[in-house]
Write a protein that binds this ligand. Structure first.
Ligand code: UD1
Ligand code: PEP
Length: 438
């Protein structure tokens, strides 16, 4: 078992460059399946989930050429559809959430597709209805085989239509979009997700010859085309990593600059951290965070306790709520964290409580944090990372704590944060990778 050993209490200083966005990369890498021509992608993060997906595509027959540490060329000319029947596919396809997005492109190009129940974080129910209802609207037949755990879809002739999604699912929107671009006629997707990841995917597909309009809104119109060609694409900086670094700087009283942060794509994220009282200066495309002894959580205008909750974009992303929660632990004031989307994402607070935080877990979706205002430091403990974002939140807590902490199951953190130990050491953190089973 991989673990991180962290000596807390060290302030960080310096510049850090965010990795390419994980959740964008998972969509974009799947989109290469839509064309037999080469697609070159830059700023791909070197993280477990993305590497596993690239390996999966390679196993399907996609020619994968690594051009540099973060650039790849993919050529999906000869796809081995028999591979989709194999045990290897069952194992690899179920190892991450992003693999679900091979469905749309394979369906569009080859008229059929299948995927084992996908993995990803165990953060509550993660239904896939939006994906399959959308494919069915386009004319596909869907069945779930409970015996081998495979979702199968078939359609020789996808036909564009109007659809109102039952929820603004991020990967669901991406999947339906990728099927619709090669469908006949016009598809209208209302209640579409509109995260920067989806916008980036739409722009890439349009460069490949697709005809998508309404990009950035929740109403996408797609005029189907017969063929998509190759293109080149560069991933945005990872906004979840950026938010994580802002919280980390505040908790550890550090002065850091997040370089090339893609500030125009961060939506409400900077403002949400500002409402926790954290000073952030936007300098061009960089975010400068000065060392702050204290930061005070705002109240709402009527004086009531601040609530930070998740919403579909352009609301606040659920993937940063755990970070906001841990950052509030040493703030002055009180905040209610309301995780609406996932019901099992807040349970990690028991570790923060053991470290000395004042948190009341009201129910699976809500936790109240009563900030310590640095009157009492957290103390280091041994803990396990339950999911990717809780893992980084525990890492932030450990870096701010007195004494040594061990975080087991650090593989969870590696799923989404590129060489996080090395990059944080470069800023002055004392963190090492150890074999936690010894
Ligand atoms: C690989 C990837 O890209 N993963 C992201 C993607 O997951 P993913 O695409 O799997 O998540 P979905 O957007 O489908 O849904 C996330 C959760 O929110 C609920 N929901 C969603 C939309 C809505 O309008 N109302 C609602 O309640 C869903 O029922 C589900 O429980 O989006 C999530 C929501 O931003 C992020 O946490 C994940 O990191
Ligand atoms: C929940 C996340 O990832 P996944 O959807 O891949 O489980 C995340 O990135 O926070």
């Amino acid at each position: 078992m991989l673990s991180f050993r962290i000596e807390g209490g060290h302030r960080l200083k310096g510049d850090i460059i965010p990795q390419g966005a994980k959740n964008e990369a998972l969509q974009i890498v799947c989109a290469v399946l839509l064309t037999p021509e080469p697609v070159t992608i830059h700023n791909i993060p070197d993280i477990r989930d993305v590497n596993k997906l690239i390996e999966l595509l390679g196993d399907m027959g996609v020619v994968v050429e690594k051009l540099s540490s973060s650039s790849y060329r993919f050529t999906a000319k000869d796809i081995d559809l028999n591979y989709l029947e194999s045990d290897a596919y069952r194992l690899k396809g179920s190892a991450l959430r992003g693999s679900i997005m091979v469905l749309g492109p394979l369906l569009a190009r080859f008229g059929k597709s299948r995927i084992p129940k996908p993995g990803g974080d165990k953060i509550g129910r993660r239904r896939l209805d939006t994906h399959f209802l959308g494919f069915e609207k386009l004319g596909a037949k869907f069945n779930y085989d409970p015996q081998n755990g495979f979702y199968n879809i078939d359609a020789s002739n996808l036909q564009g239509c109007y659809m109102l999604l039952d929820e603004a699912s991020v990967t669901g929107t991406a999947n339906i979009l990728m099927a619709a671009v090669l469908s006949k006629g016009t598809t209208t997707i209302y209640h579409a997700a509109c995260e920067p990841y989806i916008q980036q995917l739409c722009k890439m597909l349009n460069r490949m010859g697709a005809k998508i309009s309404g990009i950035g809104s929740n109403l996408l119109t797609i005029e189907g085309v017969d063929y998509l060609k190759g293109t080149e694409h560069t991933m945005l900086p990872d906004m979840i990593e950026i938010g994580s670094f802002i919280g980390m700087a505040a908790m550890t009283q550090s002065e850091i600059t997040i370089k090339n942060a893609g500030v125009e794509h961060l939506g409400i994220i900077p403002e949400t951290f500002r409402r926790l009282g954290i000073r952030l200066d936007i300098k061009g495309d960089d975010i400068y965070i000065p060392a702050q002894e204290h930061y005070e959580i705002d109240t709402f205008i009527d004086g009531s306790i601040m609530t930070v909750s998740d919403h579909p974009w352009p609301g606040f992303t659920p993937d940063l709520l755990s970070i906001v929660l841990v950052t509030a632990v040493q703030a002055k004031g009180t905040v209610l964290i309301h995780q609406k989307m996932f019901e099992s994402r807040l349970f990690f607070v028991d570790k923060l409580i053991e470290m000395g935080s004042q948190i009341i877990l009201c129910d699976p979706h809500r936790a109240t944090v009563i900030g310590l205002n640095r009157a009492i430091p957290l103390r280091g403990i041994r803990m396990t990372s339950p999911d990717i974002r809780a893992g980084v939140s525990l890492l932030i807590a450990a870096m701010s704590a007195k004494g040594v902490s061990i975080i087991d199951n650090a593989e969870q953190i590696d799923r989404g944060y590129q060489q996080i130990d090395t990059r944080l050491r470069n800023l002055g953190a004392v963190i090492e990778r150890i074999d936690g089973s010894k």
